[in-house]
Design a protein around this ligand. Structure first.
Ligand code: MSP
Length: 513
């Protein structure tokens, strides 16, 4: 049977040498979802990339005395390096300066022009350069950009416009009839009430006042508005309107666009209207997540609260960071980031609950049975409850992931490890050893390792290297996801590998003073 496909995207990031932990948020989540879907048998395609055109970049390049292309080329490796250090495995890293993307955007623009959805006019209005957004007088807050609060400038130029107004009713109807399209539901209401119902104005989609962008093929002094350029990446990356549309045919429509809450508007108004005009199906879902904040506010280098995420990775390990990003904040809400919170999550969950459990169990097996796992028939009264929790987790995780409740999914896997720790307290293996009750002890240690094995497999989308290391230490070949709702697949008579604690407790900086 042909595999079901799953196409997932992150936003394409503005090229920056100053990525912070907030930028890692979407990408790590998208990576975990992709790995989870892959584990469930889907043929996945995970797209990320960089959004390299626009006046902001042109300005920065001028200041640096280089061409915009030289400027972006130099810093783009920074993003790729960051994703690599976070164990993010994407299928394509698209750059909006890629030749194939440029060609597709030009074809899209021409097609929309030829069919009358894009027309030429005169633009007079207010533009926020940092946000690359046009605003009307009434949308401003205290005369400033409603998104970032900075000054807007008045511009007047010949420009092309995209007929958003023509599609307003169709879009509103679509959103109402497809409640899963904009998630969480609060963001859907915001879009309908604040943006669509008040009326959509036609959108200015070309600029002539700067040159760093994709030229309009039939009117070369114009360049394509960055958001038309950027949003097109989701289909250009698959070869839409190219000589080879096979990926596009296979993967489009996207199953999930994950975006930060401030760019939901572009993804649920401009993007679906572009697709409607191109007569293409709409993505299944746009999920607008919250922001990571520090002390309730923005993360930014200028505020001095910024550290390169790679510094945290060097200090705590990649999975400590992945765990924090995936576990700490319910997906959809804003959430705090601080090193104290990172450390307390690390110590409580990774070092105490998981690390300690694995280490204690392997140490006992070494001490009492020279490291050989053996089954026995002498059960304890606590086995049934342990087995029930362990074998029920696969389905629970699936249910949570279906709803994109990632933090809850991860927590339910940790429920296995918490239950194992309780099982150790209940069965007191050291007393069984002292009493010479070795058959019962074999069974207890087997059950613990079997539970850890299942938990480690389920963990693999979230903490891939930890999962791998636990399974290596156990030395099991039973690493398939399919059997994780069955208890007892762990091989009899295998000898564990060398092992060391996977997460050591770290004293907090305050405590160690
Ligand atoms: N280039 C546009 C996206 C175009 S998509 C067709 C853009 N780039 S960005 O670099 O500014 O932001 C990329 C993503 O990072 C956004 O989804 C944004 O919400 C996210 N984040 C930036 N700071 C963040 C936090 N502090 N917390 C969580 N996400 C954050 O927008």
């Amino acid at each position: 049977m042909e595999k079901k496909k799953y196409y997932i995207t992150t936003p394409i990031y503005y090229p920056s040498a100053n990525f912070h932990i907030g930028h890692c948020y979407t990408t790590v989540i998208a990576d975990a979802i992709t790995r989870f879907k892959k584990m469930n048998g889907y043929d996945t395609f995970f797209l990320t990339g960089s959004d390299e055109h626009g006046q902001k970049i042109e300005k920065k390049a001028n200041e640096a005395g280089v061409t915009p292309k030289e400027y972006v080329d130099e810093i783009i490796e920074n993003a790729k390096d960051l994703w690599k250090s976070l164990d993010v495995e994407y299928d394509r890293f698209i750059r909006t300066t890629d030749e194939d993307h440029i060609k597709t955007v030009q074809k899209i623009f021409k097609k929309l022009y030829e069919q009358g959805d894009i027309y030429k006019g005169e633009y007079k209005g207010l533009y926020c350069t940092p946000c690359e957004s046009f605003w009307t007088e009434t949308q401003l807050i205290d005369g400033k950009c409603p998104d970032c609060g900075r000054e807007v400038t008045e511009v007047s130029e010949e420009a092309y416009f995209f007929k958003l107004s023509k599609y307003q009713e169709r879009l509103e109807k679509y959103i109402e009839e497809h409640p899963e399209f904009i998630q969480p539901v609060s963001r859907k209401n915001e879009m309908i009430n604040n943006f669509i119902k008040p009326g959509l104005e036609d959108l200015c989609v070309s600029r002539t006042s700067f040159t760093w962008g994709i030229p309009v093929t039939f009117d070369e002094k114009h360049i394509v508005y960055v958001w038309i350029d950027a949003l097109s990446n989701y289909i250009s990356a698959l070869g839409y309107l190219s000589d080879d549309e096979s990926k596009f045919k296979k993967y489009w429509p996207a199953d999930l666009h994950i975006v930060g809450k401030e760019i939901v508007r572009f993804h649920t108004i401009i993007w679906p209207i572009m697709l409607m005009a191109l007569e293409l199906p709409l993505p299944h879902q746009v999920f607008g997540h919250g922001w990571l904040v520090i002390n309730g506010g923005k993360i930014s280098k200028s505020l001095g609260n910024y550290r390169d995420p790679r510094e945290y990775i060097a200090e705590y390990g990649v999975d400590a960071i992945r765990y924090y990003l995936l576990r700490e904040v319910p997906f959809g809400s804003d959430g705090q980031f601080s090193e104290e919170l990172l450390l307390s999550r690390y110590n409580a969950d990774l070092a105490n609950t998981l690390g300690n459990l694995v280490n204690r169990t392997l140490s006992m097996l070494t001490k009492y049975f020279d490291g050989t796992i053996e089954k026995s028939n002498i059960t304890t009264e606590f086995d049934e409850d342990l087995i029930k929790i362990v074998t029920g987790t696969k389905e629970k995780v699936q249910d949570y992931m279906e709803k994109l409740e990632i933090s809850e999914a991860l927590d339910s896997i940790f429920e296995i490890f918490r239950r194992c720790n309780k099982y150790i307290d209940e069965t007191t293996p050291w007393i069984l050893a002292k009493e010479g009750n070795f058959d019962k002890l074999k069974n207890v240690l087997y059950n613990l390792l079997e539970s850890i094995r299942i938990g480690a497999i389920l963990l693999s989308p979230y903490l891939p290297s930890t999962s791998k290391e636990i399974l290596r230490q156990i030395n099991t070949k039973e690493i398939n996801y399919e059997g994780t709702d069955k208890f007892g697949l762990l091989e009899n008579n295998i000898h564990i590998n060398d092992y060391k604690p996977i997460f050591m407790r770290i004293d907090s900086k305050n405590e160690s003073k």
